[in-house]
Design a protein around this ligand. Structure first.
Ligand code: ZN
Length: 208
């Protein structure tokens, strides 16, 4: 059992604020594979993807493992709270983790999200289910990403995880929010963690 005392000083989520624009590489997303299975971990349905969906970061190459949702959102932006957050979890050849997050607010419905909702089995029904989803149809698109070094937001809260939170936020309908909560057994957002001495940069944000 992991206790608070075992955790480092670089935990997630945090409030995204006081960032500086940076010329560091921004993620280039090149997804091109299909979903292969669903696994429920601590109640969250994780949709796993086949090899072939990549995220390039400078010379580094990560592959997409899975995506999953939290309700409400975990990260805040300038203390603004959001209603849902999707996490795209990637890994490179050195087993380093990189997560791209996108936060959503209740508003207009989102067709891409509806397809994910429709293809996600209810709790206990995931065995043998292969969702009909192509990662390319759901790739995050953003005008820049907030980047900091954090952790997994569920046990074992491993550090480090390279976080890239999309600066472009999304909307989902009230009904979609309720469907997501039902599918994920929410609320399931980890509380905000101390930022400590960490810096936050915005990549792909210069001049915009
Ligand atoms: Zn997550």
């Amino acid at each position: 059992m992991t206790t608070a005392a075992d955790l480092g000083n670089g935990q997630s989520p945090i409030d995204i604020t006081d960032w500086v624009a940076s010329a560091e590489a921004a993620p280039e997303i090149a997804y091109g594979s299909d979903a292969i299975r669903v696994e429920r971990v601590q109640g969250l349905p994780m949709i796993h993807f086949d090899r072939g969906s990549e995220l390039l970061l400078g010379d580094d190459r990560f592959r997409l493992l899975q995506l999953h949702w939290h309700t409400p959102a975990e990260h805040t932006i300038d203390a603004d709270e959001f209603d849902a957050e999707v996490h795209f979890v990637h890994i490179n050849q050195r087993d380093e983790l990189l997560v791209v997050g996108v936060v959503y607010r209740v508003g207009d419905g989102d067709q891409s999200l509806q397809r994910i909702i429709d293809q996600t089995p209810a709790a206990g029904q995931e065995d043998g289910v292969v969702p009909s989803l192509s990662a390319a149809d759901h790739a995050p698109q953003s005008n820049g990403f907030y980047h900091y070094t954090g952790s997994l937001t569920a046990a074992p809260f491993s550090e480090p995880v390279q976080w890239y939170l999309a600066r472009t936020t999304g909307t989902l309908s009230r009904r979609q929010f309720e469907q997501l909560q039902a599918l994920t057994g929410g609320p399931n957002a980890r509380p905000l963690q101390a930022r400590n001495e960490r810096s936050i940069v915005c990549v792909g944000c210069i001049g915009s």
